[in-house]
Ligand binder design. Structure first.
Ligand code: ADP
Length: 404
């Protein structure tokens, strides 16, 4: 059984095809710069002996419809698929499901309309996701398609965690509340942690830290998310590559008043020019670590601030949970930056958190534990795999709907 996972951005389409018999990747690819004269498709197909062969194509791809056709033809050419109808289903990554979607959902016209209604909550992401869905539904009408929402895992947040202290009317009329994102990743690593610890997820209290370009923390209890650091939008919470995370909201008015910036300019400033980049000019953690080691004071400050914010969230989520079984690191930084993990966990013995430096420094692509023997809290590094989680969830929906 083959499942395609599609992640459609405003000018890109990312895809993977899984063989669900063993959940392995058969093919994957990224089409970039849609709408430009030099759109580029980089496609990989699994060949003999598990080796991946790469095909690159540069051609003007005017829109997502042409992009989907190009991907279809490359899949045929490379033997990854004989035809789209060979797919048991397509799973779409969808960013904002609002309060309407609490679980993966089989897509029909009503679902499309609801995702469209949610555009004001995610003006950048939902239109691109919708385009991907509509193009794939038109290009492969006989293949069942499922939407997997980044917000869905956090729909278990209790009201005292998801409300902002604003007039209630704003929630009722404009749906202003905390939604949270990266849900697919938080859920994936939480489940994997439960398997590794040999205990049901429902019995565990976890803090999961997804640290990529975007970053968020989640407190997980009774099998669901009970709090998370991103809010109405992915701007709130931890310090990220280019996003500021938590901020005194009055800074926005101050900026508008004192610097004459428009709200669009402030939006761009907080989302694209802040975070690590704002502090030290660079948003790639590898580069920042290198600069810090060379003695660059801004890079050193960026790392200290990044870690400090993380520790504040760990402390507050430990209080939220009342008990902590495991702290889980994932995402490009969480999986690879040993120094960040070390600085985050050091001197937290009073919380029962004690990291083992040697284990922490070992490089591996496998999920692993890095706490020292006396640590009451298990500390894990769990590589995330959002695409595989989408493929799994798509399969579950197809099974439930008797479509496979
Ligand atoms: P995205 O959110 O775009 O999926 P990733 O999860 O790939 O991003 O994370 C990207 C971040 O991970 C970047 O800041 C990058 O510098 C960092 N990263 C990747 N590898 C390493 C490494 N070996 N050491 C430190 N940071 C790393």
């Amino acid at each position: 059984m083959k499942i395609m996972v599609l992640n459609s951005g405003s000018s890109s389409i990312k895809y993977q095809i899984f063989d669900m018999r063993d959940r392995s990747v058969l093919a994957s690819g990224l089409l970039e710069k849609i709408g430009e004269p030099d759109s580029r498709l980089t496609h990989q197909t699994r060949g003999p002996e598990e080796r991946f062969e790469t095909v690159e194509k540069t051609a003007a791809v005017a829109d997502h419809t042409q992009g989907f056709d190009l991907i279809n033809s490359v899949l045929k050419e490379t033997g990854a698929l004989t035809d789209m109808t060979e797919l048991a289903g397509i799973g779409h990554r969808a960013v904002h499901g609002g309060e309407a979607f609490t679980r993966p959902t089989l897509i029909n016209q009503e679902v499309i309309n609801t995702i469209r209604d949610l555009i004001p909550l995610a003006p950048l992401h939902n239109p691109a996701n919708l385009t991907g869905i509509e193009v794939a539904m038109a290009g492969a009408p006989e293949v069942p398609q499922v939407a997997i929402f980044d917000t869905a895992f956090h729909q278990t947040l209790p009201p005292h965690a998801f409300h902002y202290a604003l007039p209630q009317e704003l929630y009722r009329k404009h749906a202003i509340r905390r939604y949270g994102f990266h849900g697919t990743s938080h859920f994936f690593v939480a489940k994997k942690t439960a398997r590794l610890l040999g205990r049901p997820l429902g019995e565990l209290s976890l803090i999961t830290l997804h640290l990529g370009n975007g970053a968020s923390a989640a407190a997980v209890q009774n099998g669901g998310s009970v709090d998370t650091s991103m809010g109405l939008t992915p701007l709130e919470g931890l310090i990220m590559g280019t996003r500021c995370g938590d901020l005194d909201p009055a800074i926005i008015f101050y900026l508008a008043r004192e610097t004459d910036r428009s709200f669009e300019a402030i939006d761009a400033l907080l989302n694209k020019e802040s975070g690590l980049r704002g502090i030290c000019g660079v948003n790639d953690m590898r580069e920042i670590s290198r600069l810090a080691q060379e003695g660059n004071a801004d890079a050193q400050l960026a790392i200290r601030m990044y870690v400090y914010r993380l520790r504040k969230y760990i402390g507050s989520y430990a209080a939220v949970l009342g008990r902590l079984d495991a702290l889980v690191f994932t995402g490009g930084i969480g999986e690879n930056a040993a120094q960040i993990r070390y600085e985050t966990c050091r001197d937290l013995e009073f919380f029962g958190i004690a990291i083992d430096e040697a284990k922490n420094n070992q490089r591996s692509r496998e999920a692993r534990e890095i706490q020292s023997p006396e640590s009451r809290v298990r500390i894990l590094v769990v590589p995330t795999n959002e695409e595989l989680e989408i493929a799994d969830q798509t399969t579950l929906v197809l099974q439930k709907e008797n479509l496979v």
